[in-house]
Write a protein that binds this ligand. Sequence first.
Ligand code: FAD
Length: 358
Amino acid sequence: MSEVLDVMVVGGGQAGLAVGYHLRRLGGLDFLVLDAQPTPGGAWQHTWESLRLFSPAAYSSLPGRIMPPQQGEEYPTAAHVVDYLTDYEHRYELPVQRSVRVEAVRRDGDHLRVETDSGVRRARAVVSTTGTWTRPFLPAVAGRNSFSGRQLHTVEYRTPEEFAGMRVIVVGGGNSGAQIAADLVHHAELTWVTRRPTRFLADDIDGRALFDHATARRRAFDQGLADGGGVASLGDIVAVPPVRRARDTGLLKARPMFASVTANGVEWADGTQAEADAIIWCTGFRPALAHLAPLGLRGSRGRISIRGTEAVGEPRLHLLGYGDWTGPASATLVGVGRPAREAVRDIAALLGRDGRRG
Ligand code: FAD
């Protein structure tokens, strides 16, 4: 039987690295991070080329190390984030084992059994940080399967050149939809469709303000004060420079959501139609939690009920990075540090370690 580690972190993206950082810092707990991908950088390795972070580098940092600025870019690219995460992992000598996919986590007496595609591991506690990128969400829209053109999700979009001269419908009014629509404005015949009227944040508001808002909301919540609403109450779209430029050309205008997809395009409730060669669904993600199914913890909306970051019903399991439900701004670079620290603190207490073991 393999040795029983103190902590197994499942997922080696930014959330997993932040947990690793705090485990290193605390000391006294042996741990391993398992990541399904062959190289560091989590989901940032797969985003479209022109993606820009919605905050400047210095405001997009994990605990311990400020993200260095990117030459010539106020809002860094995804490639810059991959470099930063790669450096972070090496700098703190985080023990990440790659190309290891966790298939199931089960209770096994006094520990958790972690089944992977390369054998069984064991740990006294598990932190799940598998993100959402591997679970793209497509809404149920009438006729979606009848479309004869190409359909893809945000996760498959790379460059606008691929769609040069094509009639493209982009669906979604969040940051992904806005950035991809902006990317296509000068390359394709674009129709941008959003479920509700687009809400651009003021040009001087970016991820910094969103983070401050999430932090203030958390403080209000801790103090039992009234909830002023999540970051969504500020707006949906950060006007990063490429989006701002496209918006200012007047070409980035959204139409309301269509009623159905047809063989050749889409149709609105009033019978208006638009023909299309491709539909790009920028319609979000769900948490990648299939490996936790054997624990029987599922809560509503495909999530797991948690208190802080700890799973209700399984104190040896913590979750973070999936969204605000796992801590305010937990699904951001700058926001994941705090829930990571709290998760490590709770696990150390659960395992009866004070972090100063020799
Ligand atoms: P991921 O980066 O997805 O990492 C999870 C890791 O777990 C991956 O390496 C994956 O392969 C691995 N994994 C998954 N399942 C398993 C398994 N079963 N076994 C082993 N390994 C597994 N945040 C910001 O702070 N600023 C931004 O500007 C910003 N822009 C964004 C733009 C887009 C388009 C999106 C989608 C998100 C953006 N975010 C941004 C949010 C967030 O920072 C990213 O989604 C980030 O990648 C989340 O990190 P993570 O570590 O939680 O997940």
